[in-house]
Design a protein around this ligand. Structure first.
Ligand code: 3PG
Length: 207
């Protein structure tokens, strides 16, 4: 877990991907690698997610995780495909227990103190704060950090090149998730050069 957390802290931004065609996964991985950000949270919002994780994981530099996991079956499929971490949009006890039992880092989605209490129960160090902007953004993270000083946050939802630096300046924030450099429209139109350009701009910005 701690090796992965170090890497995530180093990346500072995790591209959140929704991919419709698994054939776009390899060129997408190449664009992310060339852009200097070899990491992705591939969301299980499409049927192509499992195959896309398989394809992206073939690149040894890539750190590929699975997002929007809603049940154990999906978590199992994601891990079998090569996912090295799991992200959920909300807290799910069964998915969390699957991850903990199998030593797979998991970042459960939370936005309330009650949900953070669940993380303590499972001794999980990082929460995905989601949807970040809609639930009060940085001010909410600051307020939650008081009673939960040992939890770090990966805010996601409404984060982009305009507000990410403000988030990253807070020491409780390990990294931010965002889709602005890997928008599904760019992937579907196979604009991988543009994805690479936006990715390297994001990397420069957060350096
Ligand atoms: C997610 O599931 O993490 C979000 O859809 C990503 O949010 P964004 O598209 O606002 O970056």
């Amino acid at each position: 877990m701690s090796h992965l957390l170090d890497k995530i802290a180093e990346f500072k931004v995790i591209p959140v991907v929704k991919i419709d065609n698994a054939t776009d996964a390899a060129p997408l991985a190449k664009a992310l690698i060339a852009g200097g950000l070899p990491v992705a949270e591939v969301t299980f919002r499409t049927d192509a997610a499992e195959e896309a994780i398989k394809e992206m994981s073939k690149f040894s530099e890539m750190v590929v995780g699975a997002g929007t996991i809603t049940c154990v079956e999906q978590a199992q499929k994601a891990c079998d495909a090569g996912a090295v971490f799991i992200v959920t949009a909300g807290f799910n006890r069964l998915v969390t227990e699957f991850a903990v039992e199998n030593n797979i880092p998991i970042f459960p989605g939370v936005c309330t103190p009650t949900e953070l209490m669940y993380l303590l129960e499972y001794k999980l160090p990082v929460a995905k704060f989601f949807p970040a902007e809609q639930f009060g953004g940085l001010n909410t993270i600051k307020a939650l950090s008081g009673p939960f000083p040992n939890i770090r946050f990966m805010p996601t939802g409404g984060i982009n090149e305009k507000n990410i630096l403000e988030y990253l300046a807070n020491p409780k924030i390990i990294a931010c998730g965002g889709s602005w450099m890997v928008k599904d429209t760019l992937i579907n139109e196979q604009k991988f050069d543009e994805i690479q350009r936006l990715t390297s701009e994001a990397v420069k910005l957060v350096k």
